[in-house]
Design a protein around this ligand. Structure first.
Ligand SMILES: *Cc1c(COP(=O)(O)O)cnc(C)c1O
Length: 377
């Protein structure tokens, strides 16, 4: 019997534009293979111009590295506590532990799926009452949906706690016309392979002040003092982005808005095709919020149906993925203090990320929707 292999549809594959290869070739032609060089500078200014709000950008080897350096620049150290969103990818939380600090995990609210402002405030009050003032708040724009910016930042101001804004999934999203990445005391971007734009691997730290950027670059390049020999007064890291990869990023910035539009159209297509099915729902944009719709997520009626749907897609060579498993449910964080309300656990049980790449074609989307319809009919 002949079997035909259906074309694989990935969750969120890389999508190169016109010029990435030329910029990488430029790096080769000029032998700017080693770290730093013109592509890094062009990439950084392109991000600065895009985000606006006077941010100062340093490109790094990953988003995780940016979170690690960012927390350190906000003064997080051994024995400190850091308020952190529980419903996220592990890379948001892990760097807190690299510094010898402990996360205080906070559940989500239903409107944006991000940090619950009331739980954040409750946690701060209770930690203050035992003499432990949290050193920082790590807030995430999950799946590209901005968190409750005004509420979270007003709590942060009230208690004078800095915010690290994990914008790894939200390049191109905005709140009241201000782009994500520009809200925190430190912002973070990721250019990992599945993000809205990619350098194969990479990230960036977004700083309010040029002096903070300079400190980030200093720490990211082994903390070399100003001397002809190798002289060190601080512990440093090897976290800078190479000029070759920055060439890819420079090209990707030229197509970023197209990529955002394509992902938003995917969302629209899914919503038009699927929202009439009873039991299926989508995360809507609250007033003033513009999401890059990095991944389109659907909520199904139950864990069982979600799994049936995921399997049915897999059988047809289509990659989908359950929503992030909250950090407070991860074995590695089972002894961590957590403020929980059941929201992220329910989202994890019932939610599925559908293929959302910017290179998806209409017949791909149709194929996916037909499977969803047949499972949920
Ligand atoms: C991808 C991601 C990161 C980490 O970025 P890397 O570049 O993969 O290290 C951090 N936080 C969130 C929410 C992410 O999705």
């Amino acid at each position: 019997m002949e079997t035909t292999v259906l074309k694989k549809i990935w969750l969120s594959p890389p999508h190169m534009g016109e010029n990435e290869e030329a910029y990488v070739k430029e790096a080769f032609d000029s032998n700017w293979i080693a770290p730093l060089g013109p592509n890094v500078q062009y990439f950084e200014s392109a991000i600065e111009n895009f985000i606006g709000n006077d941010v100062h950008v340093a490109c790094l080897s990953s988003g995780t590295a940016a979170i690690h350096l960012g927390l350190q620049l906000l003064g997080v150290g051994h024995g400190d506590e850091v308020i952190c969103q529980s419903f996220t990818f592990a890379a948001t939380v892990n760097p807190i532990t690299y510094l010898g600090a402990s996360p205080i995990l906070i559940d989500s609210e239903r409107e944006t799926w991000n940090l619950s402002p009331s739980l954040v405030e409750k946690a701060i009050k209770e930690r203050l009452a035992v003499g432990k003032k949290p050193k920082a708040i790590v807030a995430v724009h999950l799946y590209g949906m901005p968190y409750q910016i005004e509420e979270i930042h007003s709590i942060a101001r009230k208690y004078e706690i800095p915010v690290l804004e994990d914008s790894a999934e939200a390049l191109g999203s905005s709140y009241k016309g201000i782009r994500c990445g520009g809200f925190g005391d430190i912002g973070v971007l990721s250019f990992n392979g599945n993000k809205i734009i990619t350098t194969s691997g990479g990230g960036a730290i977004l700083c309010r002040y040029q002096s903070t950027k300079e400190k980030a670059v200093f720490l990211a390049t082994q903390a070399r003092d100003n001397a002809p020999h190798y002289q060190h007064s601080h512990i440093g890291y090897n976290y800078r982005m190479s000029n070759v990869l920055a060439g890819i990023g420079r090209g990707q910035m030229e197509v970023l808005e197209e990529r955002v539009n394509a992902r938003r159209s995917n969302f629209q297509y899914y919503k038009e095709q699927l929202s009439s099915i009873s039991g299926i729902s989508f995360l809507e944009e609250p007033d003033g919020i513009y999401s890059n719709r990095w991944l389109t997520c659907v909520l199904t009626p139950s864990f069982k149906i979600r799994e049936t749907l995921r399997q049915a897609l897999e059988n047809e060579n289509i990659e989908s993925r359950p929503l992030w498993k909250p950090m407070h449910l991860q074995p590695v964080f089972d002894k961590t203090i957590a403020y929980v309300n059941g929201v992220s656990e329910e989202l994890f049980q019932k939610g599925l990320c559908l293929p959302s790449g910017s290179s998806l074609q209409e017949d791909d989307l149709e194929r996916i929707c037909n499977i969803v319809k047949s499972v949920l009919k």
